[in-house]
Design a binder for this molecule. Structure first.
Ligand code: ATP
Ligand SMILES: Nc1ccn([C@@H]2O[C@H](COP(=O)(O)O)[C@@H](O)[C@H]2O)c(=O)n1
Length: 231
């Protein structure tokens, strides 16, 4: 399988990876909007295929069942950073893919190699079609999906900071339980055999624990602009 993604010579490809709750989506959307780039949330695609499996009676504890069904759903991602969309078989999935049920099952589905092959191909074709450049965020973008990306960022933050950010989104949520769930999902994503969550050797690591979202956005915009100027 070729990993090379051909885009227009002026198009920049930015890969942003990192564990859950480090700020990948918020940062990527804002950076893409600021720099006039497209935006792709690859986690949403893994959530979408998981949602389809759950809706279609697939036993998500069975890698064999998941593998057999993996090519069936048609997943389409819209890449406007101000209004990203995701549909499955033509149905808007942006709400249902964020449920607790999908969040708790997505790591099992995304660990299946047949799923990763299909979704990785989809991601590469979207990146290749983004004529003005794209910010792609996920877990294996810099290592596997787009190893030739122009710039790779790996966001980190302490589990406490990440849990506090996530708890802040849901009124009355339990901080300790949120922290444990984040740690569990990261362990599953880092521990799988096929393209695990990992920092690419040539990625710039940004620890966001003590940074505001605005500071992270400015940091990434500066890194991209420096890279563009140097090219
Ligand atoms: N530097 C920051 N300081 C404070 N809050 C932040 C920061 N970065 C992101 N947040 C907030 O943390 C929450 C999680 O951010 P976001 O969804 O961007 O993370 P993520 O890495 O994409 O997570 P996941 O991988 O689970 O989808 C959001 O509510 C966001 O507004
Ligand atoms: N490149 C990626 C992106 C995501 N995943 C899996 O999807 C899950 C959900 O991701 P979110 O960013 O929406 O939280 C994540 O926990 C991974 O299991 C992936 O494998 N590769």
């Amino acid at each position: 399988m070729s990993t090379a993604v051909e885009t227009a010579s002026s198009a920049v490809i930015v890969a942003i990876d990192g564990p859950s709750g480090t700020g990948k989506s918020s940062t990527s959307k804002a950076v893409a909007a600021k720099l006039g780039l497209s935006y792709l949330d690859t986690g949403a695609q893994y959530r979408a295929i998981t949602w389809w499996m759950l809706n279609n009676g697939i036993d998500v504890s069975s890698p064999a069942e998941i593998a057999t069904a993996a090519a069936k759903p048609v997943i389409v991602s819209g890449t406007d950073p101000s209004a990203p969309t995701i549909t499955v078989d033509g149905e808007d999935a942006s709400g249902p893919i964020r449920t607790q049920e999908v969040t708790s099952k997505v790591s099992a589905v995304s660990a299946v190699p047949e799923v990763r092959t299909i979704i990785t191909e989809l991601q590469r074709s979207i990146a290749a079609g983004a004529e003005g450049g794209i910010v792609v965020e996920g877990r294996d973008i810099g290592t596997t999906v787009l190893p030739d990306a122009d710039i790779k960022i790996f966001l980190t933050a302490s589990p406490e900071a990440r849990a506090a950010r996530r708890s802040g989104e849901v009124k009355g949520s339990d901080l300790a339980a949120t922290r444990e769930a984040l740690i569990r999902r990261d362990a599953a994503d880092s521990g799988r055999k096929t393209s695990p969550l990992a920092k690419a050797d040539d990625a710039v690591e940004v620890d966001t624990t003590e940074l505001t979202l605005q500071q992270v956005i400015e940091c990434v915009v500066t890194l991209v602009e420096e890279k563009r100027t140097a090219a």
